[in-house]
Design a binder for this molecule. Sequence first.
Ligand SMILES: [Zn+2]
Length: 252
Amino acid sequence: MHEITAIRYGSVSSTKSDLFLRYGTYREPDAPQEMSFYFYVLRRDGEVTLIDTGFLPSDAPPRGRECLIAPDAALAALRIEPDAVARVIVTHCHWDHIGNLDLFGRAEIHVPQRELDFWFSPVAHNPQFWSHTEAHAIGQLEAARAEGRVTATGADEEVAPGVRVITVGGHSPGQQIVIVDDRVILASDAVHLYEELELERPFAVISDLGEMIEAYALIKELGTAPGAVVVPGHDPLVAERFPREDFAVRIA
Ligand SMILES: [Zn+2]
């Protein structure tokens, strides 16, 4: 069994009308909505796997996001050396998930095939997509790929014992979720907020609406298994519902 720690390293104050797709659909008053930024550390038998790598702190202010702790500083506080990270599982290639990739020069980087196909295609450069990533981060992914350290992940596969990834699409063309030890469903941005899943209200940043809604159904079904836990990718409530020490939230 893995020890799973969510690192809460950033936050932003927003509104429901900004975050949910066509919020007017629901004919409800607007309301504030906080978002937290997480990445995850899996540890088992001394082996470290990261799920995403957070954003580069200097990318946060222009986007109005607050960096609560630099991802590299958070790892240092947990006594994790970047070179000791065996693998990085990239859930999708948005700026807040693939910043800092260059820190992990020894890691095997697992990226959904559909994300690789998309982000290295011309259409990704349309601002509707490109504004959600950073050229330097995509460049670092490209460099890792040239070094032979990038492995494409398929529709549904086990990338390491007890670590299963499923590509669901929707939010980003190749968005994937990660299921750890058949029990903990790290939804990443397939589900940003608990409310998004409970009410099946699509998020505003979207690549395929039908796939996003299908992903909700899949994640809900996975969540009904005995002992299953669904962890949304950006909900501040994650840091309240699980035991927390400062920035480190103990998921399992
Ligand atoms: Zn995203």
